[in-house]
Design a binder for this molecule. Sequence first.
Ligand code: C2E
Ligand code: MG
Ligand code: MG
Ligand code: MG
Length: 296
Amino acid sequence: AAKAQGKNTYAFYTEEQTDVTVRYFALEQDLRSALLQDNELTLHYQPQFKLNIYGDAYLSGFEALVRWHHPQQGWLSPGEFIPLAEETRLIIPLGWKVIELACQQIRLWLDAGYHPPLVAVNISALQLLQSDFNTKLDSLVHHYGLQAEHLELEITESLLMQDPEYTENKLHQLRHAGYRLALDDFGTGYSSLHRLKRLPLDRLKIDRSFVQDIGQCKEDEAIIQTVLQLGTSLGMQVLAEGIETQEQLMFLARRGCHEVQGFLLGRPQAASECNFLLAAEHLDGLKTPQLTHHVS
Ligand code: C2E
Ligand code: MG
Ligand code: MG
Ligand code: MG
């Protein structure tokens, strides 16, 4: 009986495993094909805002976030395919697709007469570490008649763990060429202060996990204050991610947080839905100050 049970258990386990492997392999094939189509992968744009101490917010940029419309499974979020893309190195062609889509969109906005603010794209370590990354990026930006200043590259702390000298060098070249650089999900990785001070970063993005317990967790509040001081002293803009409540917004505003991003102020949305924000900015450009969002 024991043997039979063991056998059953084994068979069951194998079936599960096979199932997972098959599904994973299928999704990999689907992603390969999605990269060759021009209608499955799209970008959503989440607005980013400058903040003053009263809690007034002014549009300052958009973060481009990839979305996949799978032919059978419908919309998939990045959490469902970015890890797979990283493991299979498909993140490299995917990353280029994302940069190209972002450049196309900035071009469309410019042609429509808008002054698009900065567009931030997430860059995987695998992609950035490609030896031809900088030249390929330049040629794409040039192809769409854009300037490096239009783009911000969001990198994560894990990138800094790999080949520190090479990475640092590369980031300096990119910064020198005019690209803006942001450190994403700050506080969740292992970057040392020693490394941090040597990187040419424009922005430090405080991870959402620290923001979500504002009002309930004194430790998280203390960490946020410290990161704000640190970033400010190092000459960086500090952006807090994942603002969902008015309380979180006012906490950050009163402590001088430079910028915010989150569902309270704007969800990731199709480019067409961003137009009203851009139009408001455009009109406001004729007067000052440029108030686009009064949230206090
Ligand atoms: P991230 O770069 O930290 O992006 C922010 C994520 O937080 C987005 O999820 C966004 O929708 C979500 N978010 C923003 N505000 C709020 C909020 O107020 N509340 C909550 N609960 N969530 C909020 P998304 O779009 O699912 O992306 C998840 C992650 O996937 C991103 O985290 C990024 O690491 C990765 N990712 C997304 N697009 C790309 C891409 O094009 N390339 C690469 N390499 N990674 C990407
Ligand atoms: Mg990001
Ligand atoms: Mg982030
Ligand atoms: Mg994040």
